[in-house]
Design a protein around this ligand. Structure first.
Ligand code: HEC
Length: 153
């Protein structure tokens, strides 16, 4: 009994003293991985954006490669990277809003809208600049639609 009280007290103290530091460690690997995932998407999407805006010459091979990289990434099963509790109400190292876990059906819908737009981009990007331009916009909108609701600024 005495032993149990001691353990409880210690745990309580540990919680007060080290909670902030420990909290950021909890889902560190998952959060790093999902942020890195989006950075690779951003890199490839940025190349296409530069072509669309005329800041970079259109190159069919590069456009096709970048779009297919995003398409392949869109097919990853990243469920493990989104554990419940890994949101920005508890942690400083993420911009994921708690709403993700509260409106999961809506997140899944946004994710599948995004996947469809990306699939079209991958099949069009290597054809010519006009095709790239047509398919680029809807993908950008689908990124923004999810970020507006589920990613903190
Ligand atoms: C279904 C929702 C969803 C879609 C679609 C989506 N994102 Fe995100 N994105 C998020 C969430 C949530 C985060 C926050 C992740 C975190 O901080 O843990 C994020 C984070 C990011 C980040 C920041 C990564 C970092 O280093 O912190 C970038 C860049 C990004 N997304 C780019 C994109 C681009 C570009 C697209 C479209 C091609 C896209 N995202 C589509 C939900 C989405």
């Amino acid at each position: 009994m005495k032993q149990l009280a001691k353990i409880t007290l210690c745990t309580a103290m540990l919680a007060t003293v080290t909670a902030p530091a420990v909290a950021d460690e909890v889902f560190k690997d998952e959060i790093n991985a999902r942020q890195g995932y989006y950075q690779i998407i951003k890199y490839n999407f940025g190349i296409l954006g530069a072509m669309v805006k005329g800041k970079k010459d259109y190159d069919a091979d590069i456009a096709s490669t970048a779009a297919n990289n995003i398409y392949n990434l869109s097919k990853l099963n990243n469920g493990m990277l989104w554990p419940k509790g890994s949101d920005n109400s508890q942690l400083d190292n993420t911009k994921a809003k708690p709403g993700i876990w509260e409106n999961f059906a809506d997140v899944k819908q946004k994710q599948s809208d995004w996947q469809l737009a990306v699939e079209k981009l991958a099949s069009d990007a290597g054809n010519d600049l006009d095709s790239l331009k047509k398919s680029f916009g809807p993908v950008g909108k689908s990124c923004k639609s999810c970020h507006d609701d589920y990613k903190a600024k």
